[in-house]
Write a protein that binds this ligand. Sequence first.
Ligand SMILES: C[S@@+](CC[C@H](N)C(=O)[O-])C[C@H]1O[C@@H](n2cnc3c(N)ncnc32)[C@H](O)[C@@H]1O
Length: 224
Amino acid sequence: MAYTAHDVVDWTGYLFHAEVDALQDWARSLPTDPVVVNIGAGNGTSGLAFLQARDDLFLWTVEKQRESSPFGCLEGEWAVLEKAGLWPCRRYGYLHGDSSAEGRNWKEGSIDLVFVDADHSYAGCKAHMEAWLPHIKPGGLLVVHDYKKDERYAQPIEGKAPHPKAWHGVDQAVDELLIGSYEIVGRVDTAIAFRVPTQAEVKKTRVRRAVGKRVNPKEKSDDG
Ligand SMILES: C[S@@+](CC[C@H](N)C(=O)[O-])C[C@H]1O[C@@H](n2cnc3c(N)ncnc32)[C@H](O)[C@@H]1O
């Protein structure tokens, strides 16, 4: 039987099983030939999940660590892809470097989905999102991992699960930058997915705001 991202979960527990399914569902919701950017190779769980979700998906992994590290590295992801029979892979590219710098220098065109699971500090997570958000297509998805782990760990946990350490920096960065500004399209365990608005939606919001400004409450009649 084929080696899958669920086998990697059973081995390392970097993601919940349901998160693997959610990443694959979100990937399958994208248009034809989607481009996905996976920030943080880790042990290759998310990378393999995306590549196994559909055959027309092109995956870029962005990772600062090339060789063996307890936190994850490019070579770890490559080993997992090889074990799954996906190596060498023509649907895969990688950037070896700091994700925020790589995002600012990105010249490979627009992206359908970005998955953020790298630097879990407030400044680091925020910098990842700010660097990559401008490259996501209108209607595309930004997915962040390890959001509100406290809430998830207050619920029963079954089977292999990620380490319970909460990442309050991730919570704060997501709350400040995304909550209330972007539509939430899904939340599974600690993975949360936001949709980047289309041009038409941005225009509509601007018009609504402009109309709102023209109605000055002080100038309204008493019954208004
Ligand atoms: C939690 S692991 C990612 C797990 C991965 N999503 C998986 O499913 O296996 C975090 C990874 O992000 C990498 N990382 C941390 N800070 C980074 C940065 N600023 N730029 C690029 N990679 C970074 C780490 O080296 C590590 O491999």
